[in-house]
Design a protein around this ligand. Structure first.
Ligand SMILES: *Cc1c(COP(=O)(O)O)cnc(C)c1O
Length: 465
């Protein structure tokens, strides 16, 4: 499988080249040249596979430059760190199927992709006998999942910027109690956006990027999307067993359009009628909901909510979807993205019919999130986190008679305990993954939000060949 850029400015490259490139060199995002199609017979034959076996079947259709045995081994090791054998247990609660994606080491769904990406980076660096320095900014969940993905790895150093005192205590502890010598946490006096801007600016220093072989772990990396396609397929197989092969809806709480884009790829891969609709669920940061309901993709102010991992306006994976919407014509994507950079807005009203064939959308207010967590607990005894509740609220609004619906549970409720406890009116039992770190020694640099200071810090602590 070859990979191309949404903006058409690079020669086709292989999967492993795409993983190492992160963002395409022409500023676009990398995509497979074609989405492989799975026939009904093949799909049906997958129903008894374990999660890692299924992951191999799917990923190997997108990867042809890693030997089969090596890819199997990478996948097996990545999912052995989860606390259940089925990796992504699906529970049935009231009218919903809930896919729990939070059984990895940092209790959020980002582990599913970042455990794999960490092992993949290690493998490729070994193969090419080289080293990498990862630099990333986080608002909370990505940082810890990336750190757990690469801690202790020989050829990788990781530098993660988080906004000082603006992440939750659990999120901070998850990052800073990892004291392996290749992990560098930097708390900056500033916001997540300041951190993101510094990271972008460091990556734009192409000489520095090349000299230190900077690596990207945010969801623009294709390997992250690919790892997430797997659980949509797994859920379809599971729900088919329960509900006699009915087309399924998925409800996905989203901010960066990463997770739901993986669902879009799965929908195109699988036999017609496997996935019916993707329900796109947002919090008050509703740019993506407005895009689906009215064709208006225009930036607003970032609002702070109880689902902070979705407090995003500019969705970094949206360009990948735009590629399919605009007939895979790179010049149109380039022009549209340039216009968006200038005006902060894209008018997609002409594409509404096409958009609504795949997506339905709605947003939740803070009250609706708390109400959903509280009601669901009182009615079914099931406790969910605020991000999951945004998706569940959307699912309950749009559920149609006779159509099974699968909600993605993206974080463990204890990770966002304050809102959850307030909503259910009692305190939560903490999982050992949290109690173990709360008293642990931590290590972190506190620095001004100054690009040059941070670049100097990376230079001084970088791994060299
Ligand atoms: C990152 C995150 C999301 C949003 O995922 P996107 O890929 O940005 O759409 C939702 N919930 C949780 C808990 C997250 O950490």
């Amino acid at each position: 499988m070859q990979y191309i850029s949404t903006r058409g400015g690079i020669e086709p490259i292989s999967f492993t080249e795409a993983v190492m490139m992160g963002l395409a060199d022409d500023g676009g995002l990398l995509l497979p040249r074609a989405i492989p199609r799975i026939g009904s017979e093949t799909f049906a034959a997958w129903k008894d596979l374990s999660y890692p076996e299924l992951a191999f079947e799917i990923m190997s259709r997108f990867i042809d430059d890693i030997p089969e045995a090596d890819l199997r081994n990478l996948i097996n090791r990545s999912y052995a760190s989860f606390d259940t054998d089925d990796v992504i247990p699906i529970v049935h609660q009231g009218p919903l199927h809930i896919m729990e994606l939070f059984h990895g080491p940092t209790l959020a769904f980002k582990d599913i992709a970042l455990q794999f990406l960490g092992n993949l980076f290690e493998y490729l660096l070994e193969r090419d006998d080289t080293v990498m320095n990862i630099v990333g900014a986080t608002s909370g969940d990505t940082g810890s999942a990336a750190i757990y993905g690469v801690r202790g790895k020989e050829r990788i150093n990781i530098f993660i910027l988080h906004p000082h005192q603006r992440v939750s205590e659990v999120q901070e502890k998850q990052m800073t109690t990892v004291t392996d010598s290749n992990v560098f946490n930097i708390a900056i006096r500033g916001t997540f956006d300041d951190g993101q801007a510094i990271v972008k600016s460091i990556f734009n220093d192409l000489k520095f990027k090349e000299e230190y072989n900077l690596g990207a772990i945010n969801s623009i990396n294709w390997a992250r999307v690919l790892a997430q396609v797997v659980y949509y397929v797994s859920a379809c197989l599971h729900i088919n067993n329960h509900e006699n092969d009915k087309a399924t809806d998925f409800s996905v709480p989203t901010g960066n359009f990463g997770d739901i884009f993986a669902g879009f790829i799965a929908k195109r891969m699988l036999p017609e009628g496997s996935i019916r609709k993707l329900l796109l669920a947002t919090n008050a940061n509703d740019i993506l909901t407005r895009m689906v309901t009215s064709g208006d993709y225009s930036l607003g102010e970032v609002a702070v909510t109880s689902s902070p991992s979705m407090d995003i306006q500019s969705a970094s994976n949206f360009e990948r979807y735009l590629y399919y919407l605009l007939d895979k014509e790179p010049h149109k994507i380039k022009q549209t993205m340039e216009q968006f950079a200038e005006t902060g807005s894209i008018d997609l009203t002409d594409f509404l019919v096409q958009i609504q064939r795949d997506f339905t959308a709605s947003s939740s207010t803070e009250e609706e999130v708390e109400q959903t967590i509280g009601d669901f607990y009182r009615e079914y005894g099931y406790i969910m986190d605020p991000h999951t509740a945004v998706g569940v609220h959307c699912a309950l609004q749009h559920q149609e008679q006779g159509i099974p619906i699968c909600c993605l549970a993206t974080a463990h409720p204890a990770k966002f305990g304050e809102t959850v406890e307030k909503s259910i009116g009692k305190s939560l039992e903490l999982p050992s993954a949290i109690t173990e770190i709360l008293g642990k020694e931590s290590r972190c640099e506190l620095m001004d939000s100054d690009r040059n200071l941070i670049q100097d810090f990376v230079r001084d602590h970088a791994r060299h060949q």
